[in-house]
Design a binder for this molecule. Structure first.
Ligand code: ADP
Length: 424
């Protein structure tokens, strides 16, 4: 559902503390194929305002990411060029369009010049944080959130140069309430297009906003995935676009050591888990359970054993889930227990140990190879080495394990939790 998509996207942003490396090449389709294609290997080449270059370096960025290499020169070109860009979460899209917005602002002009729409309040806030970080040395540039909770007095004329918000409120602020003069907008960004179109109404609102903008306004659209529906929407929002696509890095099990442990009950599985913890040093682990009930029980048992445990559960609100993910990312908790459903689609690259307390199955009870790969797998040659431990507690789950092993044609070795010398 739309809610899940937005939540997933948010949690992925939160859990990720650095760039996704990729070996894939970007695919570029230029609006004018005869014009030369610029790509940059350094931020200096972009001739950014010194305050912005300083902001970029203060964020710890040394060089442009793969997608930024080509996207930034296009976005910063004069005259401005429109762009549709697609790449998986974590590849540097947000940083790129934030830099473009900050570059195009005229701080002397006290009115909105850049408009960025996001599918939800939480996602808008994340982008806002990036604007604040990158614009740290450029305090003349101000930011305002066009979100439902932000009620302004009638007749307000905004002074902030950058507006970031959700489609409905942005539309109201442009049209009904006239806080923003859309004819003065120079850069329009539509972020997370794939999440956006999952919500009925967002698509129409976005198109209605776009129609109020001047022809000269630069239109930029970003998406993590690119189905036909996203593509059709993108073409309506962005006329004469340049297009950049970066293929998702394939996940592999090559750098992962996979084990299984045989147990007879969930209590035995818990005991095995304790043995593993007693035997090896685990910086951070993520543990997957099939049901909410098991996850809750396991989290309780683990904390009784003295572990710092976080529980991510389906009944939690997005903000609660986000808080859990952030604490885990910051290392405040060392173990994250979660259900399959809740963690679906969340990238857990940074976690070195993944434990399947229950094996992943689909709703018919069949082995879910895709989920297994996504949980355990790492991308490309950059992936850290990882350890995966599968808990088997019945003939049924042994069968699932065998299927998974066969599917990937990668050995899953048996582990004796009373004798754990072999794993380290
Ligand atoms: P996306 O919008 O594609 O999900 P982000 O722009 O949020 O990607 O970037 C993902 C992570 O990588 C963020 O933590 C961001 O600070 C970091 N990042 C972005 N660009 C660079 C860069 N050029 N060098 C290093 N880190 C970067």
């Amino acid at each position: 559902t739309a809610y899940d998509k937005a939540a997933q996207s948010l949690l992925n942003k939160l859990i990720r503390s650095n760039l996704v490396n990729t070996t894939n090449q970007v695919e570029v389709l230029q609006r004018d194929p005869t014009s030369p294609l610029y790509s940059v290997k350094s931020f200096e080449e972009l001739r950014l305002k010194p305050q912005l270059l300083q902001g970029v370096y203060a964020m710890g960025f040394n060089r442009p990411s793969k997608i930024q290499e080509t996207a930034l020169p296009m976005m910063l070109a004069e005259p401005p060029q429109n762009l549709i860009a697609q790449s998986q979460s974590g590849t540097g899209k947000t940083a790129a369009f934030v830099l473009a917005m900050l570059s195009h602002v005229d701080p002397e002009n006290k009115w909105p010049q850049c408009l960025c729409v996001s599918p939800t309040y939480e996602l808008a806030l994340q982008t806002g944080k990036v604007i604040e970080q990158m614009g740290k040395f450029y305090p003349e540039v101000q930011l305002v959130y066009a979100i439902r909770g932000n009620k302004l007095e009638r007749g307000t004329k905004l002074q902030e140069q950058i507006v970031i918000g959700t489609p409905g409120t942005v539309l109201d602020w442009c049209q009904k309430l006239k806080f923003i003069d859309p004819r003065k907008i120079k850069v329009f960004v539509l972020d997370e297009a794939d999440v956006m179109i999952a919500t009925q109404g967002h698509q129409d609102q976005s198109i209605r906003i776009q129609r109020m903008l001047p022809k000269t306004c630069q239109m930029l659209l970003f998406s993590a995935t690119f189905e036909d529906t996203v593509w059709n929407f993108a073409k309506r929002i962005v006329p004469d676009p340049n297009i950049i696509k970066l293929k998702r890095e394939e996940e592999t099990l090559d750098t992962i050591k996979q084990y299984y442990v045989i147990c007879n009950s969930k209590e035995e599985k818990f005991q095995a888990l304790c043995n593993i913890y007693g035997a090896i040093t685990i910086a951070q682990a993520m543990i997957f359970c099939h049901t909410r009930k098991t996850a809750g029980w396991l989290a309780g048992e683990l904390s009784r054993e003295g572990h710092q445990v976080a529980l991510l559960s389906g009944e939690m609100q997005v903000e609660q889930r986000a808080a859990v993910i952030e604490r885990f990312r910051d290392g405040k908790e060392k173990v994250l227990v979660t259900t399959n459903v809740c963690a679906r689609g969340i990238d857990v690259e940074q976690v070195s140990v993944v434990i399947n307390f229950d094996l992943p199955v689909d709703k018919d009870g069949n082995p879910d190879n895709e989920t297994y790969l996504h949980r355990i797998g790492r991308t490309g040659r950059f992936g850290k080495r990882g350890l995966a431990i599968n808990m088997v507690d019945s003939r049924f789950s042994m069968n699932i394990l065998n299927h998974i092993e066969e599917h990937f044609n990668k050995k899953i070795e048996k582990l004796d939790t009373d004798d754990l010398d072999e794993i380290e």
